[in-house]
Each structure stands twice: as C-alpha cells, then as structure tokens.
Design a protein around this ligand. Structure first.
Ligand code: PEP
Ligand code: MN
Length: 352
C-alpha cells in the first residue's frame, strides 16, 4: 500500500494511481480524515516499492501480504485514525452502530399475501429489514426452488412484492442473488443483495454483485475458515464496494452434531472477525441451528458476542411454510427476541 503525506495534492495522488496502473494493478484510493492511502489490488510483487517511495507526495510504500488488506482494520486506521469500524446504510437503516439491526421474514417468498402479512408482523415486532428468498439455493432439485425459478415474470413479480411490502411497512429489503444472470434484475428491486453460504466462493458472482454499488450481505460458507471468508469478502471490496456486512450462519457440525443442530453456530467467529476488519458482522441463528426453540437463546448469545444485528426467519404460521418451517418463529416470538436482544446489548459492551 502507498501511504501519502498529509499535505499530498490530488495531482500527486493521481500520479501514483497512474504508476500503479502501469504496473498492471488496480488502485483503491481511500481518502480519510488524516491522509490518503492507496491500496493495491493485484500481485504486489510487480510493484517496485523503492521507486514508489520516491514519488512526489508519498510518505511510505509498503508491501502488505495479508489476503484481506482492503477490509482490514489496519488499513482503515491509516486514514481514519481511531474510527476502525464502518457503519453501512441500507435504505434508512444503519448497520454497525450500537443499536442491533433485525432482518426478518420468510425463508422463501411464496405469495403476495404471505409476504405482506409477514412484513406487517415483523414491523410490529420491531424489525428493520424484510428478507425473503426469490431464488432459493436448495440441496435437492425436487424441492421448492423459490418463485424465481418458475420464470422471469414470476421472479420479477415476487421481487416487486418485496419492494412494495418494504415501502408500505418502511422496511429495507434484502434477497439472495444466486447467479450472475440474476444480479441486474434483483438489484433493481432491493436495498441490499445477499450472497448465500453456497456461493461464498463464487468470485465472478461476488464481482458482479459488488459492481452494483449496493450494500451486500455476505454469508460465510459452512466449510470456510475465517481467513477464507475474509479473503473472499475482499473480492467485493476490490471492486471499490466496501458496503459489506458479514454474516455468520453456522459451520458444518461434527460427529452426531447434526442430529441436534442443523449447523454449528460459530459464535466466537463474531468477535474474532471484528478484530480483523472494520466491517460489521451479523448472525443468522435460524440457519445455524435449524431449530425454532433455540432462536431466543442463540440470538441473545450472538448479540452478547458483539453481532451488529441478526437475520431471523419469521412466519405467522411456520407449519404452512414451504421451506424451513422448523426453524421459523412467529412475529410475536420475534418481538420477544428483539426486546431481549436490546436488553442484552445495553448490558454488554458491544465493541471489543
Ligand atoms: C437464506 O438466508 O435464505 C439462506 C439460504 O441461507 P444460507 O445461504 O446461509 O444457507
Ligand atoms: Mn431458509
């Protein structure tokens, strides 16, 4: 990375960027309160650091080898000083403040009536954002794949319900993008794009989603280490989009674990990730546990661990849901969870 002098001019910054491009790399220019820092995107071994150190306006030119430098705390501290966390705006919602954000809704959007009834319920419970899958990632081709899989018209209609419900109940809306061909369509309707656990490694999808310049909810793959998770989040940041919210949603259980919980909720990952990056971390206790009777306690635990928010599958009648009914709670139960989480947040110092 290239650290500019406090008094460096725009012309000097532009010159450094030009030199970086000449070496075949991309530049990530961050202008902070203190100074401008230019991150290098690409193979840093192609950069003659001693030459860069002598360019006008340059204070220091250093090689950084961590695979997730653009989203690292160290990087943001260089230009932002002590403000080593980022608050991400999604519609009217801010993620990453001391107030936890609650994202709720069905696993899949099934009908307009279903979605509006749930949206009304979660708003009443105190949620801030509405979720609902239109393109569902499913382990079996024989199960319901979401309305999006029926056809283009159905997909667009379901997305428009999300938008309408969000507008009606003043909830920001989020849905998953499962493939590159869906990105343009989905981005037209929602405030935030979700990348699901199964697509964490799809770098082409990450790049395409990042380019929409909308906030991204990025879920950890159930088999990914924290280093891999952050390295792939860096693909989004490398496109100049740092509005990334990381989501812990459970990792593969060991032994007989699977007969008790759907995945293993990696709660320690929440503060561990926060030590590394300025990006906010939220948690999804629904997919992590797969059990509605564990949502209350695991939501409180995730907030105590420092999560900036939660994603919780909610339905007025979980028994009639086509997907994931076993882990859904009702809007009344969601209200209890939200109230309890707010109390937990007040009694636990959030930022470690
Ligand atoms: C979801 O949130 O709808 C979902 C499918 O979650 P995950 O990608 O974590 O399995
Ligand atoms: Mn689900």
């Amino acid at each position: 990375m290239i650290i500019m002098k406090t008094e460096a001019t725009e012309k000097e910054v532009a010159n450094v960027v030009k030199e970086i491009k000449k070496c075949g790399l991309k530049a990530d220019v961050s202008r902070g309160e203190f100074r401008t820092v230019i991150g290098l995107v690409g193979d840093e071994r192609k950069i003659p650091f001693s030459h860069f150190a002598l360019l006008p306006g340059v204070k220091e030119a250093v090689m950084v080898e961590t695979p997730y430098k653009l989203i690292s705390k160290e990087y943001s501290k260089l230009f932002n000083g002590q403000a080593d966390y980022r608050v991400i705006r999604v519609g009217n919602v801010s993620i990453g403040t001391d107030e936890p954000v609650f994202i709720a809704g069905p696993c899949a959007v099934e009908s307009k009536k279903q979605l509006f009834k749930i949206a009304e319920g979660i708003k009443r419970a105190g949620a801030h954002m509405l979720r609902g899958g239109v393109f569902k990632p499913r382990s079996s081709v024989h199960s319901f794949q979401g309305l999006g899989s029926i056809g283009g018209e159905e997909a667009e209609e379901a997305l428009s319900w999300l938008r309408e419900a969000g507008d009606k109940y003043e909830l920001a809306v989020i849905t998953e993008v499962r493939g590159e061909t869906q990105v343009d369509l989905v981005a037209k309707y929602v405030d935030m794009l979700q990348i699901g656990t199964r697509n964490m490694y799809d770098q082409d999808l990450l790049t395409e989603v990042a380019r929409k310049n909308k906030p991204v909810l990025f879920k950890r793959h159930f088999g990914a280490g924290i280093d891999e998770f952050l390295s792939f989040a860096e693909y989004i940041a490398a496109e100049g989009n740092k509005d990334i919210v990381l989501c812990e949603r459970g990792i593969l259980p060991v032994g007989k674990g699977k007969s008790y919980t759907r995945y293993t909720f990696d709660l320690a990952a929440i503060p561990a990730i926060q030590k590394e990056t300025y990006l906010p971390v939220v948690a999804d206790p629904s997919h992590a546990t797969g059990r509605r009777d564990l949502i209350y306690s695991m939501s409180c635990a995730a907030i105590a661990a420092g999560a900036s928010g939660l994603m919780i599958e909610t339905h007025y009648n979980p028994a009639e849901a086509l997907v994931d009914g076993q882990q859904m709670i009702t809007p009344d139960e969601l209200k209890e969870v939200i109230d309890a989480c707010r109390r937990v947040r007040r009694s636990v110092v959030s930022r470690q």
